[in-house]
Design a binder for this molecule. Sequence first.
Ligand SMILES: Nc1ncnc2c1ncn2[C@@H]1O[C@H](COP(=O)(O)OP(=O)(O)O)[C@@H](O)[C@H]1O
Ligand SMILES: [Mg+2]
Length: 260
Amino acid sequence: MADSIILETKSLRREFGALVAVDNVSLQVEAGSLHSIIGPNGAGKTTFFNLLSGNIPPTSGKVLLRGKDITNVPLYKTVHLGIGRSFQITNIFPNLTVLENIRLAAQALGKDSFRLFRSHRAFTKYEARAWEVIEQVGLMNEALLPARTLPHGAQRKLELGMILSPDPEILLLDEPTAGMASEQVPELMALIQKIQAKGNKTVMLVEHNMNVVMTVSDKITVMHHGSVLAEGTPAEISADETVQTAYLGHLYEDSAASPQ
Ligand SMILES: Nc1ncnc2c1ncn2[C@@H]1O[C@H](COP(=O)(O)OP(=O)(O)O)[C@@H](O)[C@H]1O
Ligand SMILES: [Mg+2]
C-alpha cells in the first residue's frame, strides 16, 4: 500500500438482517485529499461512515488506517487514532455556550487521559484550544451565546468546530450542509476546504449538493445499493455514462430544487 493512502477498506460489508447496506466496498483514500461519497438515499453512505469510525462493526471485511487494521476498534477509540466524525445535533448541549460545547468536545475526545480532567492546567489548555477552533470556524461573535440561540448556519459551524477540536487527521462529514439555506453553503464549504488544505487534513464528505461535490472534491466514489458504482475525479464522474443514467441527472435536479 502506498504511503499516501491514509484510509483503506477491503471488501467491507454490513448487513442489517436480510438487507446488505454496505456491500463489499474496497476503497482507498489519499492522505490530504477531499474524497466525496455520493449516491441516492439508502445507498449506504452513512453506514459506510459508521463502519469507518467504529460506530458499528462490519459483518465482514477490513478497515485499515495507514495500513494498520482498525476494523473492530470502537468509536470512542478511533477518535484517539485521529478519525473525527460528524456529531449529530443531539450531541450539542443546547444550554451551554458555543465555547463550552467546543471545550467539552476537545476534553471528551482529547488525547489526554481522563485523569487530567480536574487539573487546572488541563482546563486552561482545552479552553485555549476551544478559542483557537472558534476562531477557525468563524464563531468569535457567537462564542458566549447558548448553542440553542444560534441560527442554523452557525450551528453547523459549531458541529464542525466540535469535530475539529481534538485535532483529527481525518474528518468524516456526513451532509454538513443539510438544511442550510443555499446562500450559506459556499461559506461553509470554503471553510471545510480551508481546514483541509491549510490544516493538511483528509476530508471525507457525504453531500447531496452536486454543484458543491463537483467543485470541491479531489475524488468521488459513487455508491448505489451498498456497492461502489464508479470512482474518479469530478470530471470523470460527470462524464461517466453509467452514473449519468443511474441518477446523476436526477441528483442535479434535486440539489437545484431543494436547499438540502
Ligand atoms: N441501524 C439500521 N438498522 C436497519 N437498517 C438500517 C440501519 N441503518 C441503515 N439501515 C438501512 O441501510 C440502508 C443504507 O442506509 P444509509 O447508510 O443510511 O444510507 P444513506 O446514508 O446513503 O442514505 C438503508 O436501506 C437503511 O434503511
Ligand atoms: Mg445518510
